[in-house]
Every structure is written in structure tokens, then in C-alpha cells.
Design a protein around this ligand. Structure first.
Ligand SMILES: Cc1cc2nc3c(=O)[nH]c(=O)nc-3n(C[C@H](O)[C@H](O)[C@H](O)COP(=O)(O)OP(=O)(O)OC[C@H]3O[C@@H](n4cnc5c(N)ncnc54)[C@H](O)[C@@H]3O)c2cc1C
Length: 461
């Protein structure tokens, strides 16, 4: 049996940073990782996908060269093996760097293997038993495999296995019209595949406001991606060269024949094989570990950070969980998850940057609202770059004039949104932000102009 001051399960987006803080504070720490250092983001999530998105953008821009007066002789071709090698290298470099830094940490013991609780203060990894008065769970999640009829009879891809492709599929069918599915759909279309998105609900990315969903559907359709929404009964069968999907949509053909199928219908936490019952740690019905506002579980001395606690689903929320736990344990602070302002991006091109609430969420609070929208065709920087698809939107509390939320779907939207995200974090009113003097020519410079167009939202909308 080995005793430590703290044990961390998972080398994802919170664990390694926490290991560094705890060991710098003089604690002995064991960090357990069962697979790849860096977790989902580094190996099968953000990093490889954003590297692939960059290759897809290069292909798109090369095809559009003529629009900019740049002539490319011959066809633009995509060498998928090289595209893949580039993404593999970006992931491998980051993974190695995480592992190297962990192994160099004085006071931190890195253990490779699958951890399982044997009690509230102990874990087993293979034949080792580890005990500690503090245990931090950072086990992340994996792709959900939905129980669709026929699922066990056909080959399918997930966000992990699709990264092994070194040839462009003839026809990729993406099941799931949300963040992960849309990024893969657009990038593979740009790599040269025919792409169909099949979505169960009536619109893509249903969490966003209607006009944002509609603008995203238009962007994808303009690139020749087929979008099938309201596909209520999805079934899968094999055919000679791939997989057929039966889709009970309100419109269109009842079946789609694809060469490859990607399942992108959500994530589930890696908590089913952790032995949580042996420690008495509570989960919700979907398996997410129940935590309080400071990320403590119901068991004294056990915390849960990152995707596995269901309080966030992003790298930056997992990292923020580390900041909260470290500040409260080591700095005498009292930081809370509920203080976090929501922010995220969808990395299609043009990207969607989001801050705070959608209009629908703001309406649910029952307060009078001011709303403004502006098409990207009215943004000088977008015109200069000839990337004018998309729109900006801001939602403001009509009484306090505080900014509640915004969306920038347009070129540079993932960066420009931070002007508004920071303003929400600082509790600024729209009037204060309107007095800012932004840099010209940028997408951000239109934020004060957008706020100048705020109108009372009609209550029924
Ligand atoms: C395709 C895709 C694209 C994404 N793009 C973005 C993006 O652009 N921006 C963004 O912010 N987020 C993105 N995400 C989400 C992001 O990757 C996750 O939110 C983030 O990685 C969560 O970090 P984590 O630390 O909670 O878990 P993870 O990064 O999943 O790490 C958990 C670690 O725990 C290990 N582990 C699990 N169980 C055990 C066990 N029993 N014993 C030992 N080790 C264990 C795992 O092997 C893993 O290494 C994307 C996700 C996907 C799938």
C-alpha cells in the first residue's frame, strides 16, 4: 500500500495543473492516467480537430483563390495522409509535453493504469493500492453510442476513430447536428467528401437561438452539405459499400446510403467503471458526479473536476474547475462554479463565438430585454476578407442595461466574442461598452455599433 497526501485520477485538463499546484505546496501527489496524457482535448478533441479545421480552411481558401485574384493552376487536391500526419503531430507534441512536465514534478508520482475506488480514501491500480485523504476525480467522458436499431450490425466512427482515417470517405453521414458533428461535417466536405448531416430535432444546434441555427444551416448548405432534420427514427443497415440510414424525416428520401457513418450525438462521463459505489460517491441518473458549488462530492475529501461533473463540457471549464479547487484549498479563497459566465465556440467556418445567455435563456428569466442583430455583410473587415456569412447578436437586460449574452457567427467570431465575454464578466452595461474605442478594421469594432442598435424585444418572440 502506498500513501500520498493527494491522488488525482486522470491527466486531462484539470489533473496535471492541480498536480503541479499541490506538489508545489509540499504535498505528495499520485497522478493516475489509464491511457493518453492530455486526455480528450489533446488527443481526440480540441487539438486534432482544430488542426484538421485549419487544413480544411486552407483547402477552401485555395479553391476560392480566384475570388481574391490568386490563380491556382489545376485542381486543388487534399492529401489526407498528410493532413492526418499534421494533426497527429500537434497532438503527439502536446501529449509528450504534458507527460514530460508531470514526470519532472518533484513530489508527484505518475502511475499508468486504470484506477478504481476500493473505499472513500483508497484506489486500486492493477496490483497497487493507493490511499490519500484527498482524492480528485478528473476522468472526463467519451462518445455516447446511441441504441439505434441496427447499430450492432454496422461499422461506425466516433470522434476518436475518425481521426485514424487517412483517406477521404466518399460519403460521410454525420448523425448529430451539434458542435462536434458540424465541425467534422464541414471539414470533411472541404476535404472532398459528400456529407449528409442527420439530426433528430427540427433544427441544427438546437441550444442556440433560432436565427443562429438557421444561419449555420445556410452556411453548411452553401458548401453542398445536405442537412436532414426531424429525423426521428434512425435505423442502420449495411450495404455493399457502406452503411444505409433509414430516416423518418418530414421531407426527403426515407433512406441515405453513405460510405461511412460518424456518431456525434453527445458524450457520457467515464464514471461507470470507477467503483464509485465502493466510495459512496453520488452521481446523477446520467452518471455525472454530483458536486456542490466548490466541486466537492457528497463524500468528504473527494472532489470531481472537468466533464465528469456535468457542470461544463469544455477544456476551459475543466481548467476553471482546477482554478476553483486550487484557490479554495490552497489560497483560502472561496471561488464557486456558479460565478462562471458561459462562453464557448463552434469551430465551423465562419466560427460561432458565444458569451453568456441566448435570447431564449434570457427570456426564461422573465425580464424585459433589448436585442440587436447585425449581418456580417455590414462588417467592413468581413467585406475586406470576402467572408461575409453570418451575423452578430446581443441581448441586454432592458432595466439594468447589463449585457446578458451575445453571439458572433462570422469571421473571427471566436476571438471577437471575448470583448463581450469580458464585459459580462466585469458586469458592464451596454452604455459603458458603447463608449469603447475599438481598433479599425476589426470585427470587434462593430460591437459598440451593434449595442447602439438595441431594440425592445417583443414579449412573444
Ligand atoms: C471532437 C471534440 C472536439 C472538442 N473541441 C473542443 C474545443 O474546441 N474547445 C473546448 O473547450 N472543448 C472541446 N472539446 C471538449 C474537451 O475536449 C473536453 O471538455 C475536455 O477535454 C474535458 O477535460 P477533462 O479534464 O474533464 O477530461 P479529459 O480530457 O477527457 O481527461 C480525462 C482523462 O482521465 C483518464 N481516465 C478516465 N478514467 C480513468 C480511470 N478510471 N483511471 C485512470 N485514468 C482515467 C482518461 O484516459 C483521460 O486521459 C472537444 C471534445 C471533442 C470530443
Amino acid at each position: 500500500m502506498s500513501a500520498f497526501d493527494a491522488i488525482i485520477i486522470g491527466a486531462g485538463q484539470a489533473g496535471p495543473f492541480l498536480a503541479a499546484r499541490l506538489s508545489a505546496a509540499g504535498m505528495t501527489v499520485a497522478l493516475i492516467e489509464r491511457k493518453l496524457f492530455g486526455g480528450t482535448c489533446v488527443n481526440t478533441g480540441c487539438m486534432p480537430t482544430k488542426t484538421l479545421v485549419a487544413s480544411a480552411y486552407a483547402a477552401h481558401l485555395a479553391r476560392r483563390g480566384r475570388d481574391f485574384g490568386v490563380l491556382v493552376d489545376g485542381d486543388v487536391r487534399v492529401d489526407m495522409a498528410r493532413v492526418k500526419a499534421r494533426a497527429d503531430k500537434v497532438s503527439a507534441d502536446a501529449r509528450d509535453s504534458v507527460e514530460r512536465r508531470l514526470r519532472r514534478l518533484a513530489g508527484c508520482t505518475v502511475i499508468q493504469g486504470h484506477a478504481r475506488f476500493e473505499g472513500p480514501d483508497r484506489l486500486r491500480v492493477g496490483d497497487q493500492l493507493l490511499i490519500a485523504p484527498r482524492i480528485f476525480i478528473n476522468v472526463g467522458g467519451r462518445a455516447t453510442i446511441p441504441p439505434l436499431p441496427g447499430i450492432d450490425t454496422v461499422p461506425y466512427l466516433t470522434n476518436t476513430s475518425i481521426l485514424a482515417l487517412d483517406r477521404v470517405p466518399e460519403h460521410l453521414v454525420v448523425v448529430g447536428g451539434s458542435y462536434i458533428g458540424l465541425e467534422f461535417a464541414q471539414m470533411y466536405r472541404r476535404f472532398g467528401a459528400a456529407v449528409t448531416i442527420v439530426e433528430r430535432t427540427p433544427r441544427l444546434i438546437a441550444r442556440e437561438d433560432d436565427e443562429i441555427s438557421a444561419a449555420i444551416a445556410d452556411i453548411l448548405a452553401a458548401e453542398g452539405i445536405t442537412v436532414r432534420t426531424s429525423a426521428e427514427c434512425i435505423t442502420l443497415t449495411s450495404h455493399a459499400t457502406g452503411v444505409s440510414l433509414g430516416v423518418n424525416c418530414r421531407q426527403g428520401e426515407p433512406s441515405i446510403a453513405g460510405s461511412h457513418v460518424l456518431l456525434a450525438v453527445g458524450r457520457r462521463p467515464n464514471t461507470d467503471d470507477l467503483g464509485l459505489d465502493r466510495a459512496g460517491v453520488a452521481t446523477d441518473p446520467r452518471g455525472y458526479i454530483t458536486v456542490d458549488d466548490e466541486l466537492a462530492t457528497n463524500v468528504d475529501g473527494i472532489w470531481a473536476l472537468g466533464d465528469c461533473n456535468g457542470r461544463g463540457a469544455f477544456t476551459h471549464t475543466a481548467y476553471n474547475d482546477f482554478e476553483i479547487v486550487a484557490a479554495n484549498l490552497l489560497d483560502g479563497d472561496h471561488r464557486r462554479v456558479s460565478e462562471r459566465v458561459s462562453g464557448y465556440a463552434l469551430y465551423i467556418d465562419p466560427p460561432l463565438g458565444r458569451a453568456g445567455m441566448t435570447e431564449r435563456e434570457a427570456r426564461e428569466r422573465g425580464r424585459p430585454l433589448l436585442v440587436a442583430t447585425r449581418p456580417m455583410t455590414h462588417v467592413g473587415r468581413a467585406i475586406e476578407k470576402d467572408e461575409t456569412l453570418g451575423m452578430m447578436k446581443a441581448v441586454v437586460d432592458a432595466e439594468t442595461r447589463k449585457i446578458l449574452g451575445a453571439a458572433i457567427l462570422g469571421t473571427g467570431g471566436d476571438e471577437a466574442i471575448h470583448g463581450i465575454l469580458d464585459a459580462i464578466n466585469a458586469g458592464l452595461t451596454c452604455d459603458r461598452l458603447q463608449r469603447a474605442v475599438p481598433i479599425h478594421p476589426t470585427v470587434s469594432e462593430l460591437i459598440p455599433t451593434l449595442l447602439g442598435d438595441l431594440k425592445r424585444a417583443s414579449p412573444g418572440n
